[in-house]
Design a protein around this ligand. Structure first.
Ligand SMILES: NC(=O)c1ccc[n+]([C@@H]2O[C@H](COP(=O)([O-])OP(=O)(O)OC[C@H]3O[C@@H](n4cnc5c(N)ncnc54)[C@H](OP(=O)(O)O)[C@@H]3O)[C@@H](O)[C@H]2O)c1
Length: 218
């Protein structure tokens, strides 16, 4: 099935990397608060893909454009901007909404700092209309790895969500990207477990002199 994927904050570390990997497979709209920045990011994606001999379909626009054009929207923004960004947009009804957002702070080492709703994904779901189907995914893969198009992505991707159809669509999308393999990680209320893995990975990288640490379930 073909989908249009909108990426809100699609110019950032992870958003741009996800756009690079998804645009050869799907129609992608890179969103930004600044449409010129979104277009520049798309040019960067297209030229990186060309170097790999890959043709991709993507265009830039505002975050609102990316949301309205999409069937599936990825919220690739820092947790601290989640509320203001969601409040500034309309049209989440009936969308599949993917949250890769990890609320955390750095105080020497990384600490998971969830909101009172329990996780970023639960906070997001509470702000959206009931018909929006939120899934947690892509929380534990570094932006560097998304952008390194000359290497495969060979990680496991846990997915949380309450709508079985939406979760199936997201898991299928993940399984089409490089060597990623998706796993059902339970209901949306389990998202805090997935989000909290990222500060663990960053601490392991930091204290053990490693880079881009990820997870593989075996
Ligand atoms: N970076 C990673 O390796 C990684 C890995 C896994 C998960 N994540 C999660 O993915 C999310 C994005 O991370 P990131 O590192 O990609 O973030 P980022 O590069 O710091 O920011 C992403 C985008 O957010 C937008 N933004 C910045 N300030 C904003 C504001 N005040 N209001 C609205 N939008 C604003 C910017 O887009 P415009 O300026 O174009 O609007 C920016 O390009 C985070 O929640 C993070 O926890 C990141």
């Amino acid at each position: 099935m073909t989908f249009t994927i909108g990426i809100i904050g699609g110019t950032g570390e992870i958003g741009e990397g996800i756009a690079m990997r998804l645009s050869p497979l799907y129609d992608v709209v890179v969103g930004s608060r600044d449409t010129d920045k979104a277009e520049t990011s798309c040019e960067c994606c297209i030229s990186s893909q060309k170097e790999q001999g890959v043709v991709c379909t993507l265009r830039g626009g505002s975050n609102q454009d990316a949301l309205l054009a999409s069937d599936i929207v990825i919220l690739a923004i820092p947790f601290k901007h989640l509320v203001t960004t969601v409040e500034s947009l309309h049209g989440f009804e009936d969308k599949i909404v993917i949250s890769p957002i990890n609320p955390m702070e750095r105080a020497g080492h990384f600490i998971y700092t969830p909101p009172e709703e329990g996780s970023a994904a639960m906070k997001l779901a509470a702000m959206l209309p009931d018909s929006a189907r939120v899934c947690t995914a892509f929380n534990n893969i570094s932006g560097n790895r998304w952008r390194a198009l000359d290497t495969e992505l060979d990680y496991s991707v846990p997915v949380c969500g309450d709508d079985a159809e939406a979760k199936g669509i997201v898991m299928d999308l993940i399984n089409r990207i490089s060597l990623l393999k998706s796993y059902d990680a339970g209901p949306l209320s389990s998202s805090h477990i997935v989000e909290s893995i990222t500060p663990l990975l960053l601490n392991i990288a930091r204290f053990n002199g490693m880079k881009d640490v990820g997870i593989i379930f075996r």
